[in-house]
Design a protein around this ligand. Sequence first.
Ligand code: NDP
Ligand code: CA
Length: 309
Amino acid sequence: RPVPTTTTPTSSPSSPPLPRPQPFRVMQWNILAQALGTHADNFVKCPPTALEWNTRRYRILEEILAHIPQVICLQEVDHYSLLERVLATVGYEGVFMPKPDSPCLYLPTNNGPDGCAIFWDNTRFKLVTKETRVVEVWHVQSNQVAILLVLEERTTGQQLVVLTTHLKARQGALLSSLRNEQGKDLLSFLSEHSHLRPTIVCGDFNAEPSEPVYATMTEETTGLESAYALLHGGQEPRYSTWKVRGEQDCCHNIDYVFYTPVSLHVEGGLDVPTEKDLGPGRAPNLSYPSDHFSLICDFTFSPIKDADI
Ligand code: NDP
Ligand code: CA
């Protein structure tokens, strides 16, 4: 998949070259809960073998390990202990927050509730703070969750706030306004803990850019912008998920990586697969184990300007 890049600041010809800050890589991915993929989603064009856990688990791990991100934000995780065990062998630590009443629990041969997870490369970052939240709508808990971590880069002491979530699914005006309320709750959760530190907010928001929650997350006061919109000339890509459900071809852009441009610089990112890459059956398939595509961005911490001190 081609990697679009942005420009990085360089020193002027007269000054010595600036030491290049080391980028860190963030992965955002709804990995498709095994119970949902096999018993709820009705992926009629997906080869049955591509949905078998015995093969799919290796494709999921392969996708993660091919990119070796320093921060991994996942949704629809219903096999957390497997991921935790495997990723620990290559230096990751993780946190899992299950949904209060996961739909997986109502499906046959489920492996427990699905939820959100964040893993981080423990050699690069150490954990400072861990917060989990059941996302509220009009002060009432919903069935959606969020994880917020404060991580600290071991070599520099630079801190980073990472928040991930999976907002309420399904279409309709009521659900769109419910997602917007969930977005507002996420922002208040963030404001309690971020203290103006560099921040990444990523997840499956189940909302196209035209939905109110997208405007809520990116309005000027939040200080957040979309990394993929930046990488695509100001517009979000056309899709972050593409699947055939029954008779329906479902192609939507609903997954995002938001970041604070005042303190983080986007060095580059990974494009989603092309229509040709996916083929007529769309995803999941034997190459792409989830109906959502992994979003991957490289960031550097922006140097603190005198004016900010
Ligand atoms: P959501 O509406 O947020 O959806 C849950 C999951 O379903 C998401 O992961 C979503 O994936 C996926 N999904 C979205 N659209 C479809 C679709 N058309 N077909 C199949 N899957 C889809 O659910 P909630 O978390 O709000 O849970 C709903 C409630 O329903 C729970 O509280 C639970 O109690 C209840 N429930 C009860 C059942 C029962 O048998 N009694 C069965 C199932 C749920 P994505 O984000 O990728 O779109
Ligand atoms: Ca799903």
